[in-house]
Every structure is written in structure tokens, then in C-alpha cells.
Design a protein around this ligand. Structure first.
Ligand code: LLP
Length: 426
């Protein structure tokens, strides 16, 4: 039977009629660990990182994995061992990096709403940079740093007002988004920052959105950011590093984002042309490092053919894979052991009690009760956004390395879900 190109190739492929990730048979992992089950390929993650490393060969760069995409300790440890820093957005993220062996000095802390206690935590750990998103935050950070007798290393996040041409919920660099400091306020903010006793200016950053599939918005944002660097340095404030954020898209369903190596070749050519080629660079990729390294394996519980729609009810749901419900996102869904050509289309839905609980509309499949399916491109923003809705325990995660597999998170039990709770009066 004819199959579409699988996102995740060559690490994800059919071998002797069985879907495998690297050399691991997904059906065997499902038998061992149950379903729903997330499985990630170590080689795919390191391969995606290598594309960035090739793109930056000969430059000074710190790649900070945006761990919100997938914060599993096993994944963080892998990137830490490969030399990555981390983009964190909460005190909890920072704790995870340190627990997994990441270095505090390679951590940058992003986000519009850092609390004082998170600032203290970052300062005491000695993180590399706070990416500050408002003038009010800058003042509070200076105060917190002074109270500890420290100076906070700071980069100002610029909102360049560039349209990344992606889903509105994941577009962040337009002036009506809550992120960053408006282009025209950036210079005065740097002047203010440089005068604050608890602040040490170290960089500038921007991040315009996620699942970006074209190079142009990046090039435009870079131009705007470099204009600001010129202006800030002309005011006598020097900027050590330039951070271009993350956002590079992946192939979910025939999407054709530039390869990380190609994108960075284009961006570096611009940096060189403008005389910034030898600066310390930083980037914050998330999805493009892990998205197509993972799948979610799910079992077909029931088939309910109908007059209008055929429903294929599986054991994974919107609590495990929230992207379709949240962003109408498309994830390919394929059988682990294809055996017949599809003659019908199916609504692939989960067991949760609402109509928003769908994983795929109109999918050509030939499912039978008990079959195993894989939801593809599930390495990023799936487990990290999973919830306990309907008292469902979060799924286990397995990291595959060649033919070996490691359980990096076991299935959450109902006892674990209930352990933070108590009946009133107890
Ligand atoms: N840096 C900052 C400041 C960010 O806000 C983000 C993502 C990244 C880096 C990493 O972006 P990436 O390379 O992963 O595109 N839940 C949504 C995506 C939200 C992205 C939030 N920020 C989704 O499932 O599509």
C-alpha cells in the first residue's frame, strides 16, 4: 500500500511491516508499557541538534533548548550532555535543568510574568541571563538583585512587530501580542536598565512565534533587532550577545520549513553583511529539536461507524495530545502494522467527555478494534501540555537509543493524582 512520507523519517520507518523508531518496534514497547505511550528517538533529537550545529560551524553560539517543548528529565539530560543550554520559563523549569545535570550559567530565563521568588532562584543559581519583557519587570529584577547583593545579567526582549505567518495563538512578535518591549521603547529601556544598580546589560533578544515555515520573517526581525543594537551601542551601552529565539517549524503534514542549517546560513550571511558575524549568538529552539523525534502510541478501543461519521475511539485523548483541540493542529495518524488499504475515513477521537476531544478528522484508515496507531510529530508540546482532565493519569515516556529503550517516566497513577488533595476538615 502507498504511504505518505512520515514526519520523523529516517528515524521513524516501517521495517518488515512494523512501525519502528530507530530499531525499536513500537508494538513491542506498547505491549511492555501499555498505551497511550510516548516514545522518543534519541538519534532524531541529536540529529536535529546537529543540523543547528552545522549551521553555526565556526561561530560563537549557545544553543538553549526551549524546554517547554518537552521538559522530561531524560530529554534535558540528553541535550545537556550535548552541550546545550536551556531556555526556561519558570522556577520549576530551572529546577528540572539542575536536576538533569544542566549548567545554570547556560540558562536563560524567558517569560512575561517572572515572580520575585523565581528571580531570586535564578540569581542564586547563577543563571546566564534574564530575558526581560517589560520595564516594570526590569525595576523589580533590579530590586531583587540588590537585596541579594548581586547584579542580574539582562537581555531585553524586543517585540519587532513582524508577522511570523503562523497560528495566531503561537505568534508572539506582533505589537498586539503580550510579549517583549515595543520596538520604539527599546532604546529608552536600555538606557534605564544601564542606570539601575541591580542590572548588568548583556544581550538583546527576540522570538517572533512558533511553527514558522519561512525564512523571511526571521530575516526581517533580525534586521530590526540589529538596527536596535546599533542604536543602543551608539548610546554607549554595549551588547555582548544576540539571541534570535526559537520558532523554526517542523513537517507535520507536508510542511516545508527550511532546514535549520539552511536557515542559519541565510541569517548568518545577513549578520556578516551588517558586521555582527563575530558576536556571541544565542538561539532558543524547542519544537524543531524534539517535535518529529516522538510519537504517541494508542490503541483502538472501539469502532462506531455511523451515517454521517465513522468514529474510531482510541485510548489517547486531548489530555495527552492537546494540540488538535487547542490549535486545530494536524498530526498524522498511522497504523503500527498496516495490513489493508483504507476504504473509509474516520474521526479519530479520545474517550474524554466532550466533542473537542478529537485527534484527527477524516483520516483514511482501516482500523480494527485492538489495533495500535501512532500519532506522529508528538515529541513537542504534547506531554508538556498534558493534563489530568477526566482523572486520566499522564502517559509514560520511553527514550529509544538504537535497539535499546529506557523508560524515562512511568505512567502516573490515580494515587499520585490524589495525593496532594485532602477532604475538608482533615
Ligand atoms: N523562546 C521563547 C521565548 C518562546 O516563547 C518559545 C515558545 C520558544 C523559544 C520555542 O519555540 P519553538 O522553537 O518551540 O517554536 N504550544 C504551542 C507552541 C507554543 C510556543 C511557545 N513559545 C504548540 O503546541 O504549537
Amino acid at each position: 500500500m502507498i504511504m505518505k512520507k512520515l514526519p520523523g523519517e529516517p528515524y521513524l520507518a516501517y521495517q518488515n511491516g512494523e512501525l519502528c523508531l530507530e530499531s525499536a518496534r513500537l508494538s513491542e514497547l506498547a505491549r511492555t508499557h501499555g498505551t497511550p505511550l510516548f516514545v522518543y528517538s534519541q538519534a532524531a533529537m541529536l540529529g536535529a541538534l546537529a543540523a543547528y550545529q552545522r549551521g553555526f560551524a565556526g561561530r560563537q553560539v549557545q544553543i538553549c533548548y526551549a524546554m517547554k517543548a518537552n521538559p522530561a528529565l531524560g530529554v534535558i539530560a540528553l541535550f545537556a550532555q550535548a552541550g546545550c543550554g536551556f531556555d526556561v520559563v519558570s522556577g520549576g523549569d530551572l529546577d528540572r535543568v539542575l536536576a538533569a545535570g544542566g549548567e545554570a550559567k547556560k540558562v536563560i530565563f524567558s517569560g512575561v510574568g517572572k515572580t520575585r521568588s523565581e528571580m531570586r532562584q535564578g540569581l542564586q543559581a547563577g543563571i546566564g541571563c534574564f530575558n526581560v519583557e517589560s520595564e516594570a519587570e526590569l525595576d523589580v529584577l533590579s530590586e531583587v538583585a540588590c537585596s541579594l547583593g548581586l547584579r542580574a545579567p539582562v537581555s531585553i526582549r524586543v517585540n519587532p512587530n513582524v508577522d511570523p505567518q503562523t497560528h495566531p495563538y503561537i505568534s508572539t512578535g506582533l505589537k498586539d501580542n503580550k510579549f517583549g518591549i515595543a520596538h520604539e521603547r527599546v532604546l529608552p529601556t536600555y538606557v534605564h536598565a544601564a542606570a539601575l544598580p541591580g542590572i548588568r546589560v548583556v544581550g538583546i533578544d527576540c522570538h517572533i512565534g512558533s511553527q514558522i515555515t519561512q525564512a523571511e520573517p526571521y530575516l526581517e526581525a533580525m534586521d530590526r533587532m540589529l538596527d536596535l543594537v546599533d542604536a543602543v551601542e551608539a548610546a554607549g551601552i554595549s551588547i555582548e550577545h544576540l539571541d534570535f529565539g526559537g520558532g523554526l517549524g517542523i513537517d507535520y503534514n507536508g510542511d516545508t520549513p527550511p532546514d535549520a542549517g539552511q536557515l542559519w546560513a541565510a541569517l548568518l550571511a545577513k549578520l556578516d553583511a551588517r558586521g555582527f558575524g563575530q558576536r556571541q549568538l544565542m538561539i532558543e529552539p524547542g519544537r524543531s529539536l524534539v517535535g518529529n523525534a516522538g510519537v504517541c502510541v494508542t490503541e483502538v478501543l472501539y469502532l462506531k461507524p455511523g451515517e454521517q461519521k465513522n468514529f474510531c475511539i482510541v485510548d489517547a485523548a486531548m489530555n495527552d495530545l492537546p494540540r488538535p483541540a487547542m490549535y486545530q493542529a494536524y498530526h498524522q495518524i498511522v497504523p503500527l502494522q498496516p495490513r489493508a488499504d483504507a476504504t473509509q475515513v474516520w474521526e479519530v477521537v479520545g474517550p474524554i467527555c466532550e466533542s473537542g476531544d478529537w485527534l484527527g478528522h477524516d483520516r483514511a484508515l482501516a482500523p480494527r478494534q485492538g489495533d495500535l496507531l501512532a500519532v506522529l510529530s508528538a515529541g513537542a508540546y504534547c506531554m508538556s501540555m498534558a493534563s489530568n482532565y477526566n482523572s486520566r493519569g499522564r502517559a509514560p515516556e520511553v527514550l529509544v537509543d538504537g535497539a535499546q529503550s529506557h523508560l524515562i517516566r512511568r505512567r502516573e497513577t490515580i494515587a499520585e493524582q490524589m495525593q496532594q488533595e485532602q477532604l475538608p476538615g482533615h
